[in-house]
Write a protein that binds this ligand. Structure first.
Ligand code: NDP
Length: 479
């Protein structure tokens, strides 16, 4: 074979990744279950580079130089297993299969183990950036063996997005499921970011009384400061857009029921299993879910709420400044939660994830790309053992400076009846983490009262139980 790499699964993502590779000078074998897609790719884009179309898995495998590098870009789930099942018998020890789909990291661990037994490297690679990213440079999060990365890394670094400092937005994340895990957390953080931005928008409309075009201007201004990010940029674009058929602001004609494909939900389910609080991501997932519950919403539509008019011009402008600070502090908090989760999983699975490298990889190509991520990278570069982003000196200083505005915004939202689950959960997380004493002491006492679940004391070691139903004397329960 003469092709340096192959792509099977030529829907939007696979096709664009194949084109990206070909545009970088690689000879790319291309294959798709339905052959018409392969022919289409070669007809439409054949002039962009060297493609070797293959009609069957056997032809595809034969077209590849060894060790073979095969990127699988099919619908995540059963299709991935079907394709692996079809190709695995044709591959030889040392060959590398890359799953670029949105697989659950547990599936990736299972597949990696199965292929490892046959001597085939399986790389679960998270790919972010949508179809444009796949073509012009995605953020790529590969997980797998060192040996596989050695053979694959240079190609991925070529086709990946480049950060503002020129570094490729890819790195070897860790073994087996580490790459897909990190991609999942990326999507969870994306959910949280989008929800926080949406709440800020809602406040600017309802409390500050701004129309969508005016809110777009505010977001454009924010995009020149610490909130500078792809998501804030596209938010301004969306808000400034007018619906062609009605002449109304586009955002006002879109049905207010947010959908989801499931990676946010996976993040929260996994966080629950790991015992890591990710309230910002969870609130974002729940907010989308609530928005789609038309029955519940209709049933509750008549419930009373406050009637407060929007602010006047001067108060509105001051409020908008505070919303910017609240949004920024909440962003730091929810990113901290995402990083806590990666840290916990890395310890649980022995992945050895470089938490700063993850931030570096997300500086370009992906949906949450932002200037902010370079600062996260710097925080972990300064202290790889940083227990939480909130403890980084600069972030601590910034949240400290923002906290009064943050409280004011959440309080104002509550007074005006504007739901801000993301902003308020972030603030609650901040306050809970910094609290000297938590009412968890009372919860432990309650548990001991009704279930004899025991408690530890602040003043001496050991576990204890109070004989609540008897004379309320205390017994030591750990011998
Ligand atoms: P789809 O998820 O729509 O999947 C379509 C592709 O899967 C087609 O090539 C199809 O082949 C193939 N396929 C489906 N079932 C089978 C099967 N049983 N055997 C063989 N091939 C099968 O394509 P996308 O390009 O949108 O996404 C590809 C992957 O990339 C997915 O895992 C997705 O989650 C992930 N991803 C997508 C992003 C996006 O923005 N779309 C962003 C990042 C990742 P056929 O033509 O024969 O039907």
């Amino acid at each position: 074979g003469t092709a340096q790499i192959g792509v099977t699964g030529l829907a939007v993502m696979g096709r664009n990744l194949a084109r990206n590779l070909a545009r970088h000078g690689y000879t790319v074998a291309v294959h798709n279950r339905t052959g018409a897609r392969t022919e289409e790719l070669v007809e439409e884009f054949g002039r962009e580079g060297d493609f070797v179309p293959a009609g069957t898995p056997r032809e595809f495998v034969a077209a590849l130089e060894r060790p073979r590098r095969v990127i699988v870009m099919v619908r995540a789930g059963e299709a991935t297993d079907a394709v692996i099942g079809e190709f695995a018998p044709l591959l030889e020890p040392g060959d590398i299969v890359v799953d670029g789909g949105n697989a659950h990291f547990a599936d990736t661990r299972r597949r990696e183990e199965a292929l490892r037994e046959r001597g085939v490297h399986f790389v679960g690679a998270g790919v972010s950036g949508g179809e444009e990213g796949a073509l012009h440079g995605p953020s790529i999060m590969p997980g797998g063996s060192d040996e596989a990365y050695a053979a694959l890394g240079p190609l991925l670094e070529d086709i990946a997005a480049k950060a503002p400092d020129g570094a490729p937005c890819t790195a070897h994340i860790g073994p087996d499921g580490a790459g897909h895990f990190v991609k999942m957390v990326h999507n969870g953080i994306e959910y949280a970011d989008m929800q926080l931005i949406a709440e800020a928008y809602d406040l600017l409309r309802t409390v500050a009384g701004y129309g969508p075009a005016r809110v777009a201007e505010v977001f454009r201004a924010w995009n020149t400061g610490p909130l500078d990010s792809y998501l804030v940029e596209i938010t301004a674009e969306v808000l400034a857009h007018t619906d062609a058929s009605t002449g109304r602001p586009f955002v006002d004609v879109v049905a207010d029921a947010a959908e989801q494909k499931g990676t946010g939900r996976w993040t929260v389910q996994t966080a629950l299993d790991l015992g890591v609080p990710v309230s910002g991501i969870a609130e974002a997932v729940f907010a989308r879910s609530l928005s789609g519950h038309t029955g519940l919403r209709r049933a509750a539509a008549g419930l009373p709420g406050p009637h407060r008019p929007p602010f006047g011009e001067r108060d509105a402008a001051r409020f908008a400044e505070r919303v910017e600070q609240a949004l920024y502090a909440s962003k730091i908090t929810s990113y901290a939660q995402g990083w806590n989760m990666m840290r916990a999983a890395s310890a649980e699975y022995g992945w050895g994830i470089d938490l700063g490298a993850v931030a570096a990889v997300w500086r370009g190509g992906c949906i949450i790309r932002a200037a902010f991520l370079d600062r996260v990278r710097a925080a972990y570069a300064a202290d790889p053992e940083l227990p939480t982003l909130l403890a980084d000196a600069e972030f601590a200083e910034e949240t400290g400076r923002a906290q009064e505005a943050w409280r004011e915004v959440v309080a104002t939202a509550v007074r005006h009846g504007v739901p801000v689950p993301g902003l308020s959960a972030a603030l609650a997380s901040y306050d809970a983490l910094r609290a000297e004493r938590l009412p968890a002491a009372l919860v432990q006492a309650q548990r001991d009262y009704f279930g004899a679940h025991t408690y530890r004391r602040t003043d001496r070691p050991g576990s204890y139980h109070t004989l609540w139903g008897r004379d309320r004397s205390e017994v030591r329960t750990d011998g």
